[in-house]
Ligand binder design. Sequence first.
Ligand code: ADP
Ligand code: ADP
Length: 225
Amino acid sequence: KGKVSLVGLTKKYGESLAVDDLNLTIEAGQYCCLLGPSGCGKSTTLRMIAGHEAVSSGQVLLNNKDVTHASPRQRGTAMMFQNYALFPHMTCLENVAYGLKVAGINKDERTIASKEMLELVGMIEHQHKLPAHLSGGQQQRIALARALICKPDVILLDEPLSALDPFLRIQMRKELKRIQRQLGLTFIHVTHSQEEAFALADVAVVMKDGIIEQSGTPKSIFEKP
Ligand code: ADP
Ligand code: ADP
């Protein structure tokens, strides 16, 4: 579970094509990095997969099912945001449990599941702290736990490491990969960093002006003879 297919995916803003007839399949359990210069359509593509942006034409399939017009919640995707987007007045545990609360899960079950997730991202000892008392990297771990808690098949990440200092960035990179592998989920990760894609991706997809310029293993793309 976690196969993503984009079929003729297109987004127009007025007359300009932000994403132009994109065709791409990402197999279940793959770590995919979406690369390319600023403005090439990476975020727009990610938001259309998440259901946060309406498509102009084309389809998004998840596990071969057409979800083009499904709400974000119905899709089995979860987005981890760049700015963490944690609730400042809630503890880490409450932040992680929130999605389950909305889904109507009772308090005991929420707590058990959330603690398990905090354990997974290495944040259990900080469960009662408020986000303001955490470092950037720790906030990011909480944001990831929050994305994971509703058991999505696909995690969507928009420049998740760009706000971190170089040391933390490399540490969090390893964490993302470990968690992706451990849970066997599909990750689609937008980045402008080749180095990041090289370290993380099973498949790298390079976009330019709304189209796919190249795709394949990072080795095949970046290690040109
Ligand atoms: P990237 O993530 O690769 O930097 P984006 O997907 O954010 O690129 O943007 C692709 C193109 O679409 C850019 O030219 C951008 O200005 C335009 N764009 C993105 N969002 C909007 C919007 N809400 N309204 C109009 N144009 C937009
Ligand atoms: P990113 O590249 O990470 O998407 P941007 O700064 O390009 O960041 O976009 C931030 C927000 O502004 C997004 O919600 C995007 O849809 C919107 N946006 C981007 N370009 C335009 C544009 N030309 N006109 C209107 N909204 C835009």
